[in-house]
Design a protein around this ligand. Structure first.
Ligand SMILES: Nc1ncnc2c1ncn2[C@@H]1O[C@H](COP(=O)(O)OP(=O)(O)O)[C@@H](O)[C@H]1O
Ligand SMILES: [Mg+2]
Length: 300
């Protein structure tokens, strides 16, 4: 079982048409035909959208994405049009709402990995490959890869699991030209972001991008970018291959869910509400990541 523990109701805003309720974002279309992307405080883990929101998470994701889009804009155009709040929108949408170009999305999770962990490590342990790419012997959890790799995944619906696929499979699905453009853009953006993060004491182990095409057929960087939801950020001074790395994300939530919560991941039961201290510790991690990366203090 998986999905929403409590399915959220979209807001009714005059002039906006509700399009989609994602795990974290609610999507609307405005009268100009642009996408209104509202990041919520929803938290997902183990393919569930949890019943406990993390206060300010939507704002952190939105403001951190905007900061990154700005760092990357000479490499690739992005989908952001403005932060203007639609007329009649709830006041609490401020800081977490973006007006974006509505794109023809490429249905691929464009993942770049510079370090081995997670699903990459599982595949490596079984076959010495990740997404079919051969890797050297002797790597362990957290090892830096000889060079960053493009490890695409298929995009799953809410409650489904993303699945790693080979580059050839992506080329079959979206065409060879689009696959090549995705790989090139993914690795270029990863390389820039990795260097910026590293200067700030953070290892960008891996990250996921989504791209779309605009009306002119230009590839545009979309969705959120380089947030703790889409990336593994590790404190560089604690990096130690051979074990799981501490990270700036939902680690507290995962540890609590699989540990003292008593919830069985493999059961049909939805996960329980998070205790206040797990919510607070998670909120603090998201804000810490924002502050370290941007070099500014969180004051929204
Ligand atoms: N510019 C865009 N045009 C159209 N769709 C977009 C754009 N940017 C992001 N999206 C889509 O918006 C959704 C974001 O909501 P989110 O809650 O992150 O969804 P998911 O559950 O798929 O992670 C995703 O489905 C993403 O593909
Ligand atoms: Mg998403």
């Amino acid at each position: 079982m998986s999905g929403f523990v409590e399915k959220p109701e979209p807001e009714q805003v005059p002039g906006l048409v509700h399009l989609h309720t994602g795990k974290v974002r609610d999507l609307y279309r405005n009268e100009a035909g642009d996408l209104v992307m509202v990041a919520t405080d929803r938290m997902s883990a183990y393919d569930w959208v949890l019943p406990s929101p993390i206060p300010d998470k939507g704002k952190v994701l939105t403001q951190l994405s905007l900061w990154w889009f700005d760092q990357l804009k000479d490499l690739i155009p992005n989908h952001v049009i403005s932060q203007e709040l639609p007329a009649g929108a709830p006041a609490d949408w401020a800081g977490r709402t973006l007006i974006c170009q509505s794109l023809d999305m490429v249905p691929v999770e464009a993942v770049a990995r510079g370090y081995l962990t997670g699903s990459g490590l599982v595949e490596y342990n079984a076959s010495r490959t990740v997404c079919g790419l051969a890797l050297p012997e002797g790597l362990e959890d957290g090892s830096e890869l000889p060079a960053p790799i493009f490890t695409p995944a298929t995009k799953a619906e809410v409650g489904e699991h993303d699945e790693n696929v080979s580059y050839e499979e992506v080329a079959r699905q979206v065409g060879a030209d689009t696959a090549a453009a995705l790989r090139q853009a993914t690795l270029a953006v990863y390389g820039r972001a990795r260097d910026i993060a590293r200067e700030r004491g953070i290892i960008l182990a891996d990250t996921k991008f989504e791209f779309g095409f605009d009306k002119d057929g230009t590839l545009i960087l979309a969705d959120e970018v380089l947030t703790p939801d889409s990336s593994r950020f590790w404190p560089a001074d604690q990096w130690q291959p051979g074990r799981a790395q501490p990270s700036y994300d939902k680690q507290f939530v995962r540890d609590w869910l699989t540990g003292s919560s008593g919830w069985d991941r493999k059961s049909e039961e939805p996960p329980p509400a998070l205790p206040d201290e797990v919510v607070a510790a998670t909120r603090a991690k998201y804000i810490e990541a924002y502050e370290l990366l941007t070099g500014t203090s969180w004051n929204l």
